[in-house]
Design a protein around this ligand. Structure first.
Ligand SMILES: CC(=O)N[C@@H](Cc1ccc2ccccc2c1)C(=O)O
Ligand SMILES: [Mg+2]
Length: 356
């Protein structure tokens, strides 16, 4: 799927999204899952071809051998295979969708939704110039987004943040995301962000450097939020206990599924740690599930649950359209959305049936 504009982060520039979808067929209903892995292993170790391979070779056969499968048992059946959380999450999502459609229950109702719409933030890429950045940010604010997140990297951090603060004022909800681009030697530079009263700085250091984030937290005022480091409820509890983060970005694919995402939410709530729903440039399928998740009570910060047109001119489902800075939580059975066949066909490059 082509992106409406190049999206540049500290780990590269994306112009196209290659996405792996899973359709599960059961006697009761069909279910859809979306794997959030990128085409290349730049955000994490997973990537589309690897996810496809591990699903075909190990994960789908494991479920086919079980026979009767429920969504809550998928993770147990797949646990013997290490890692591949995004691939596992996509499979569990498809089984959960089929199960919920069969019983006529929405994702929101199943996960514990307490709201019927969620406030939406937007992730803004690294730009070629400050004027271009200010134009793009202005456009998103005009569209109604309630929070701005700026991608940063060494050489593009203090100046863009200062420019956005000076242009749009101190009341703007503003945060940054480094995608692991800094090290502890950058502490002085990161401390220069403190005067701008950011909501948070997301994943400044390497995803495995939990103690480094705890050390960084002793030298900067901006609250640290972790993304890539949080791969499960256990890792969230460990990071919080070690003082590595005060806020958590929850991405169901990164933690192994929506059921684990709810456990991350519960662990963070138990520690009084606010969470928000991150984004992986999902189609309307993953977007529907993320908006439902983002409506749980502990999601007290606006997430990267942007409208479909933030990234795509044409989504494969009915588009999610921002209404007064919010997206409505789908109410239909399961995801509440399904791919529109002709739109899915237009972007499909390959498909494969794996049956028992
Ligand atoms: C919205 C946002 O910033 N997402 C990720 C980074 C990201 C960036 C580019 C991507 C391209 C294809 C698939 C996933 C991607 C995720 C983040 O929060 O760190
Ligand atoms: Mg991030």
């Amino acid at each position: 799927m082509p992106l409406v504009a190049p999206f540049r982060t500290s780990f590269g520039t994306q112009t196209v999204r290659e996405v792996l979808l899973i359709r599960v067929v059961t006697p009761g209903a069909e279910g859809w899952g979306e794997c959030v892995a990128m085409q290349d292993p730049l955000y994490s170790s997973e990537y589309v071809d690897a996810a496809e391979h591990v699903l075909r070779r190990f994960l789908v056969p494991a479920l086919l051998h079980v026979g009767e499968v429920t969504a809550s048992s998928v993770a147990v059946h797949l646990a013997k295979y290490k890692g591949h959380r995004m691939a596992k999450a996509a499979l569990e999502m498809a089984v959960l969708d089929a199960e919920l459609r069969t019983h006529g229950q929405s994702f929101g109702a199943a996960l514990g939704s307490t709201r019927d719409r969620v406030p939406c933030g937007v992730s803004v890429g690294i730009m070629d110039s400050i004027p271009q950045l200010l134009d793009v940010v202005g456009g998103y604010l005009d569209a109604g987004y309630v929070r701005i997140k700026l991608k940063i990297e060494p050489g593009w951090d203090v100046a863009p943040v200062r420019a956005v603060r000076e242009r749009f004022g101190d009341d703007l909800l503003l945060q940054v995301d480094a995608n692991t681009a800094y090290t502890l030697s950058d502490v002085p530079q990161l401390a220069r962000l403190d005067p701008f009263e950011l909501l948070l700085i997301e994943q400044p250091l390497d995803e495995e450097d939990v103690l480094g984030h705890a050390e960084l937290a002793r030298h900067i005022r901006t609250p640290i939020c972790l993304d890539e480091s949080i791969v499960s409820a256990r890792s969230a509890a460990d990071a919080i206990t070690l003082g590595a983060c005060r806020i958590v970005n929850i991405k169901p694919g990164r933690v192994g599924g929506y059921l684990e995402a709810r456990r991350v939410h519960d662990v963070c709530a138990a520690h009084g740690v606010p969470v928000w729903c991150g984004g992986m440039l999902e189609t309307g399928l993953g977007r529907a599930a993320n908006v439902a998740l983002a409506s749980l009570p502990g999601f007290t910060l606006p997430g990267d649950t942007s409208a479909s047109d933030r990234f795509y001119r044409t989504d494969i489902t009915e588009p999610f359209v921002l209404e007064s800075g919010h997206l409505p939580v789908p109410t239909g059975p399961g995801l509440g959305v399904t791919p529109i066949p002709e739109l899915l066909d237009e972007v499909s490059t390959a498909q494969e049936w794996i049956g028992s």
